[in-house]
Design a protein around this ligand. Structure first.
Ligand code: C5P
Length: 314
């Protein structure tokens, strides 16, 4: 493929929004030779967003704002900067970019905030640099950056296999309403997977079977929140609770407040509670706040679209 990247225009700015996600189901198999685990998961993108504003620059620079901005690394390790560099390398463009992240998705919360930043940075730089790449090319770069980045590009609801990066869209009807109990202390994803391995050191982990999620997929297709609540599942939940026993509290509070289902999101520590309605999500959020079991409380609906340009200025 011959690509002729167009030089970026001065003072050009692109804004992209990318959603956070929850894992409606996360089934974890044994680790492979690289220490990665084979997954069968069902992602849903929810209306908690990261925004990335990309503007022309000679260097690669990053600034951050939002509720937990001070704990976000702004150096080369930041996944959004790595995404921008990976795209520049791929198309052979000799330009930098200034990325400004407006973060709302919990940091290290199990909701793929860093992956959303990376997906948004890819879409933003792709538009800024007019690379001419297709969506599949971006998905390919995304998968190299992290297991959840392809889903942050795609959004909606999807079944993930492999490391979670191989996606098949899932049929859903209607909207589901969520309340989230966020902890500022965060959990490290590799540490939670290590705790999972220790809990299963007896070798009792089978390959994850997507058939186990048939009731969940039926609930999604029917738009049946009650059935979805009963089908929520997370194999990492016990490992997250082992590292952070305090998570038992928001789980219990949501159950007492009548959540249709409650689950640790991904590797945690965010706890996601499924509500009967938008109104009920506010009730669940109020219960989290009143019982003091969360540093921050959010409500959201899903599914929503993946990383999208919201505005561009020439
Ligand atoms: O792919 P990503 O960089 O987001 O993964 C972060 C960490 O989570 C990995 O280094 C690995 O420890 C763990 N992980 C895993 N199996 C997966 C996905 C992630 O063990 N399928």
């Amino acid at each position: 493929m011959t690509l002729t990247p167009v030089a970026p225009l001065p003072d050009h700015e692109v804004r992209v929004r990318a959603p956070g996600k929850i894992n409606l189901s996360l089934r974890v198999g044994p680790p492979d030779a690289d220490g990665y685990h084979v997954l069968s998961t069902v992602f849903q993108a929810v209306s908690v967003y990261e925004e990335v504003i990309a503007s022309s620059s000679e260097r690669f620079e990053l600034t951050v704002s939002g509720p937990q901005a001070e704990v976000v690394p702004t150096d080369e390790g930041n996944l959004a900067l790595r995404a921008a560099r990976a795209l520049a390398d791929r198309v052979g463009i000799d330009a930098g970019v200034h990325l400004h992240l407006v973060k709302d998705v919990p940091v290290a919360g199990g909701m793929a905030g860093g992956s959303a930043d990376a997906a948004a940075a890819l879409v933003a730089c792709d538009a800024l640099w007019r690379t001419g790449l297709g969506r599949e090319d971006l998905v390919e770069i995304a998968a190299e950056l992290g297991s959840d980045v392809p889903f942050s590009l795609t959004g909606h609801t999807a079944v993930g296999s492999g490391r979670g990066h191989l996606l098949t869209p899932a049929l859903t009807r209607g909207e589901f309403h969520w309340a989230f109990a966020v902890q500022h202390r965060g959990l490290s994803t590799p540490a939670v997977y290590r705790a999972f391995d220790e809990l299963h050191s007896g070798g009792d982990v089978a390959e994850p079977d997507p058939e186990d999620d048939v009731p969940l997929m039926q609930a999604l297709r029917a738009g049946d929140a009650r059935a979805l609540g009963a089908a929520l599942h997370n194999d990492l939940q016990m490992a997250a609770l082992e590292l952070d026993p305090g998570l038992a509290e928001p789980l219990a509070v949501a159950e007492d407040a009548g959540a249709l289902g409650v689950v640790v999101s991904g590797s945690g520590p965010t706890v996601a509670a499924l509500a009967r309605s938008r109104q009920h999500a506010l009730v669940l959020a109020a219960a989290f706040t009143a019982s003091g079991v969360a540093d921050r409380v959010l409500t959201a609906a899903g599914p929503v679209a993946g990383a999208r340009v919201v505005s561009a200025s020439d």
